[in-house]
Structure formats: structure tokens, C-alpha cells
Design a protein around this ligand. Structure first.
Ligand SMILES: Cc1ncc(C[n+]2csc(CCOP(=O)(O)OP(=O)(O)O)c2C)c(N)n1
Length: 332
């Protein structure tokens, strides 16, 4: 199917979603600083165009999304309620996993969001298995599996790519190359710098795109998803992006310079799309101000919701430890 460029209305929606993620992460970072959020917390700031652009081409809930611990952006791009996501970060009962998953384990199968994984690369074989289930059921669904440049070197990725290649699974692997795996630059640990080129070794299509450009991400992932859906041809997409914040909230960032961050901020994915729409006469200053105000309002509401919610009871520790058995117990 030929790719159709999104119309102005859809682009404004996607811009709004990126701004929601940006605002959400700002407030999550502040709440973490105030110790309202505990444990690990990895912000997605700077990478918004990847999750929003890629997920915007899916047909949910039949298409599935899997990701790692930097998952707030994917959850919001899947349409999860920001209140339930913030409450989950706070560890409250009204959170999406009743406060028992936290920042790294956001999950909402009704919206096709299958997590959120704390172990680097853990989602890759799980997503591959989900795509096998889709192929087995012939339900026309596609799986999108996100992971970082650090995860690319996990053995499980290469086993998964091989299986996806021989079984012709309807899956697209999206590498979010944000340049850094904690404090390690991706070039230092990658024998091949063109990640997409490695797809050929597994008999699949690979392509790189500018992860700071929502339109380019959307086009590249859309074509890959279409191939996966209609030809059962798995694909690999490398989105070259950048994270503005530290690896997690406790990262002094001694490994990179302020200049490097500023350089990428000049290519900011949100401002880039905003400016494009403004140049085309499809977004006025007032409409942009309204988008920012609405994102601020939704995030403030999410924070108030999380603050007001109760902590889980001690007894909740023993709930949901084993998955229920029987028909319909799991969607996969
Ligand atoms: C199997 C495993 N090894 C090591 C870690 C520790 N660790 C957490 S994040 C991370 C870096 C991963 O970087 P990348 O895949 O590029 O993702 P990013 O954080 O950039 O989104 C490491 C090594 C882990 N969580 N799991």
C-alpha cells in the first residue's frame, strides 16, 4: 500500500501528543526530585517523535507494542491515561498496574501496550513470541518492538531476529539509537555502525531514519509495518535520536558535554514539527499556545490524581502473583 502523508489535523494531534509527553516527563522529573516517585525513573525527553510517529501507524488493539524501561512516552503514545501512568509512577492503587509495576512496567493490553521491561532487551524475545502468536492466529496484527542502541548487542536480539526471519513474523524492531547506553557511547561498543544494515543478515528489510523528525519516523515505520502485515516480512528500523536528560534520575552525566546536548536541542522534534506546520500556515501561534496549555492542564490533572490516590495495602503484595488460568486468561 503506498504511504499517505498525514493531513494537518493528524499532524496537530501528533504534535499535541509529543507535547503531552514532554510536559509529563518534566513533571515526573520534578516529582522524583521531591521523592514522590521512588525506584528507577528514565525520562523520554527528546525521543518523543519515535514513539509518537511509530505508534501512530498502528491499528490498535490488534497491533501490539513492547518496549524497555524508558516507557512513559510509548504508554502515552498508545493512548494510556496520563493520570493512570502518573499514579503508577507514584506507586498508587489508581496506577495502571495498581502501583505494583512502577515507571518501568507500564502496561495496558486494551490499548496494545504490553510493557515496559526493566531488563535490557528482555522485551525482544517476548515481542517475537507475540508476533508468532499473531502469525499463528492469522489475525492480521503486527508487533512493534522498541529497544535502545545498548540492547542491540544482546544475544537475545540476534536469536529473535533469526527466528523472525525464518518464521516470517509480522514484527518490526525499532532501535531507538539515542547515542548513549548509560554512560557508554554507542560507537564504542558497536562493531557495525549501520544497525539497519545488519537486517540483511537475517533476511529482512532494514532502514534508518531521523528519529528527531516525526514525519520521517512515521513514513519509515509505516512502510515496514505494511510489509510486515501484508507480506509477513519482518523489518528493522533504526531511529537516530537523542535523550536530553540523564540515563535515569541519578545520572551526573559526566560522559557528555553541554554543547552536545544543546546541539541536539536545536533539532528538537517538537519544535521542528511545530515550525513546519506554522510555515505551511497550518498552525497559528494561538493554536500552539493552546496545545501547550492543554498539555500542562492534563499533566497537572495527572499529578493531582496521583497525589490524591491511596497507597496499595500490604495485603496487595500477595495479589496478582500468579496469572489466572483458564480460557481467556491472557490475550496472547
Ligand atoms: C540485562 C541487563 N544488563 C544491564 C542492565 C543495566 N542497564 C540498565 S539500562 C542500561 C543501558 C541500556 O541502554 P540502551 O539499550 O541504549 O537504552 P537507553 O537507556 O538508551 O534507552 C544498562 C546497561 C540491565 N538493566 N539489564
Amino acid at each position: 500500500m503506498p504511504y499517505e502523508e498525514p493531513d494537518a489535523k493528524l499532524l496537530v494531534d501528533l504534535l499535541s501528543r509529543m507535547q503531552l509527553i514532554r510536559g509529563f516527563e518534566e513533571r515526573a522529573g520534578m516529582a522524583y526530585g521531591l521523592r514522590k516517585i521512588g525506584g528507577f525513573c528514565h525520562l523520554y525527553t527528546g525521543q518523543e517523535a519515535v514513539a509518537v510517529g511509530a505508534i501512530s501507524v498502528l491499528e490498535r488493539p490488534r497491533d501490539l507494542v513492547f518496549t524497555g524501561y524508558r516507557d512513559h512516552g510509548h504508554a502515552l503514545a498508545c493512548g494510556m491515561d496520563p493520570r493512570a501512568v502518573m499514579a503508577e509512577l507514584y506507586g498508587k492503587v489508581s496506577g495502571s498496574s495498581r502501583g505494583k509495576g512502577g515507571s518501568m512496567h507500564l502496561f495496558d493490553p486494551g490499548r496494545g501496550m504490553f510493557g515496559g521491561n526493566g531488563i535490557v532487551g528482555a522485551q525482544i524475545p517476548i515481542a517475537t513470541g507475540a508476533a508468532l502468536a499473531q502469525a499463528y492466529r492469522k489475525d492480521g496484527g503486527v508487533t512493534l518492538c522498541f529497544f535502545g542502541d545498548g540492547a542491540f548487542h544482546q544475544g537475545a536480539l540476534h536469536e529473535s531476529l533469526n527466528l523472525a526471519g525464518i518464521w516470517k513474523l509480522p514484527i518490526v524492531y525499532v532501535i531507538e539509537n539515542n547515542q548513549w547506553g548509560m554512560g557508554t557511547n554507542w560507537r564504542r561498543v558497536s562493531s557495525e555502525e549501520d544497525f539497519a544494515a545488519t537486517a540483511a543478515a537475517y533476511g529482512m528489510h532494514g532502514e534508518a531514519c531521523d528519529g528527531m523528525d516525526l514525519l520521517e519516523v512515521r513514513r519509515t515505520v509505516s512502510l515496514a509495518v505494511d510489509r510486515a502485515r501484508t507480506q509477513r516480512a519482518p523489518g528493522l528500523v533504526e531511529a537516530r535520536t537523542y535523550r536530553y536528560k540523564g540515563h535515569s534520575m541519578s545520572d551526573p552525566q559526566k560522559y557528555r558535554s553541554r554543547d552536545e546536548i544543546d546541539e541536539y536541542r536545536k533539532r528538537d522534534p517538537i519544535l521542528r514539527l511545530k515550525d513546519l506546520l506554522a510555515e505551511r500556515g497550518e498552525l497559528s501561534e494561538e493554536s500552539w499556545a493552546a496545545i501547550v496549555a492543554e498539555a500542562d492542564r492534563a499533566v497537572a490533572e495527572a499529578v493531582a490524581f496521583a497525589e490524591a490516590a491511596a497507597e496499595p495495602s500490604g495485603a496487595a503484595l500477595y495479589e496478582d502473583v500468579l496469572a489466572p488460568a483458564g480460557p481467556g486468561a491472557g490475550r496472547l
